[in-house]
Ligand binder design. Structure first.
Ligand code: ZN
Length: 247
């Protein structure tokens, strides 16, 4: 797997060396954003990223069937890539580039408006029936009002940050979660804010008697680990143990 200019995230693991398992990971905003961004991924993208062979279940077969299906069976206005390389529901510029979306930036949704210049001028808007009110996610779409291509690139503007006191600085960071918090990621990818009490509670839950058997380990998460995490999340409840301890 190529690591094209990939960004690397570090993660601190608390390992029970006796039980050979990851109890939990201590993560910052970057890793937590990465995990949550998996939820915005279309199933077609997940299938493509994991390669059809790596898929458990039948989605791989379904994907391959469409790949092999001749274009002649498809509706003329539909490209197979709509399904094979679907766009994420996340709009371009609305979230920070995360591990896996960095590699397929083309799949982030882009919106277009009618390219007609008439509609932008209020005085002559009566001569253009479309008023630039049509929008598309495909620059090959034709405006039903003026018949021009709907190919003018629009810029996404996220909602104004800082409507709550003290939130302005954090909200500028983009992504999903706030940056000042440390997050606790359980082996089954349960995510919660980290606290001393919560870590002690976890040790209790896992019945860890010997603190000496606990080991702290810092790992790097690049695109390969990102893909492994995505794959493991669909297959097991011990994701961190499987990816980082190779079990
Ligand atoms: Zn138009």
């Amino acid at each position: 797997m190529a690591s094209t200019g990939s960004k690397v995230i570090t993660l601190k693991l608390l390992i029970d060396s006796k039980g050979k398992r990851v109890l939990f990971a201590e993560a910052g905003k970057d890793f937590t954003d990465f995990l949550f961004s998996l939820l915005s991924m279309p199933v077609g993208t997940v299938t493509r990223l994991l390669s059809t062979k790596g898929m458990v279940g039948t989605l791989g077969k379904l994907y391959q069937s469409l790949e092999n299906l001749s274009e002649t069976y498809m509706q003329s206005n539909v490209s197979k890539d709509t399904l094979l390389k679907p766009q994420s529901s996340v709009l371009r510029g609305s979230a920070s580039a995360t591990l896996l979306s960095l590699t397929n930036d083309d799949n982030v949704k882009q919106l277009y408006s009618c390219g007609s210049t008439f509609g932008t001028n209020y005085y002559s808007s009566s001569t253009c029936p479309c008023h630039n009110e049509y929008v598309s996610d495909d620059p090959k779409a034709k405006c039903p009002g003026c018949n021009n291509l709907i190919n003018k690139v629009l810029t996404y503007v996220p909602p104004q940050a800082g409507t709550q006191v003290g939130s302005a600085a954090a909200d500028q960071e983009g992504g999903f979660v706030k940056g000042v918090v440390t997050y606790m990621i359980m082996d089954d990818l349960e995510v919660k804010p980290m606290s001393t009490i919560s870590s002690i509670a976890v040790l209790n839950t896992f019945n860890v008697k010997e603190v000496g058997a606990l080991e702290e380990k810092t790992v790097s998460v690049g695109i390969n680990e990102g893909l492994s995490l995505l794959k493991a999340s669909l297959q097991t409840k011990t994701v961190l143990t499987q990816v980082f301890l190779g079990k």
